[in-house]
Design a protein around this ligand. Sequence first.
Ligand SMILES: Nc1ncnc2c1ncn2[C@@H]1O[C@H](COP(=O)(O)OP(=O)(O)OP(=O)(O)O)[C@@H](O)[C@H]1O
Ligand SMILES: [Mg+2]
Length: 279
Amino acid sequence: MHHNPISVTNLSYDYADGTQALHEINLEIKATERVALIGANGSGKSTLLRHLNGILLAQKGRIVVGEQAIAPETLTQIRNFVGLVFQNPDDQLFMPTVWEDVAFGPLNQGLAEPALTDRVKRSMAAVGLDFDRYAERAASNLSGGEQKRVAIAGVLAMQPQVLVLDEPSAQLDPASRRQLIELLQSLPITQLIATHDLDMALELCSSTIVLGRGSVVFSGPTEQVLGNPEFLRQHSLEPPLCYARPYCQLDHAPDTSPPRFISATLAENPYVSSFKVAQ
Ligand SMILES: Nc1ncnc2c1ncn2[C@@H]1O[C@H](COP(=O)(O)OP(=O)(O)OP(=O)(O)O)[C@@H](O)[C@H]1O
Ligand SMILES: [Mg+2]
């Protein structure tokens, strides 16, 4: 077991159009730790995750996973070690059937039948996809949530040591989201989870990293940062819904509506204030 399976030092990255997406990122993730990566849209979460299995290569700085620095010559080992579930399943699923998509990774790792089919079945079951119902279907015809589950199954099938997930609960129905949370809780491997689902972050991750405009603006206990509404607001975030649960239970509803953050500014917006409600 590696002590710090993910170590990022002074990582900066600019896209070709000049967008500075990451700036001097430093972070360490310990073995078997589950860490949430949160931050506003465009703060750099996906860009950072794409570096962790070498889809993007560091322009400046250094990333070590396991005991290996990420470099063109280590990419095969890196990708067996770090499994990345993309934010958008379209970027991940490209085979004609679900079976082939889930089998693709282990097949490339050299897994042969009958272990291969067994691995595919187990991975699909882990994300609640019925093998008989889905194996022969084309991923491109599935719903967004089903595609997300196929993408997660495909990464689980490779049995990575480190699991990196980009918005894993987006598009999942509540039952599938719950199943995902329980699955991630049960996996004894290091996990880094980029998410806007802060209730999930609170439930799963003892530590959280917050990105703001490509820099790490917080790294520490999840409860500490999610319990700081002012800091969250500064970074386009809000406390998890479970912190506001009394407002959600009708028996306990206060006389006034819960605060509506958008109303004041939107009401002053000439586009919105020109709307008339039909009588
Ligand atoms: N291919 C690209 N070319 C140019 N700029 C890009 C590209 N991809 C992302 N960016 C920019 O890099 C910055 C970081 O984007 P990134 O996708 O990493 O953010 P994010 O935190 O994952 O956001 P979200 O919450 O919306 O998923 C943004 O300013 C974005 O516009
Ligand atoms: Mg993203």
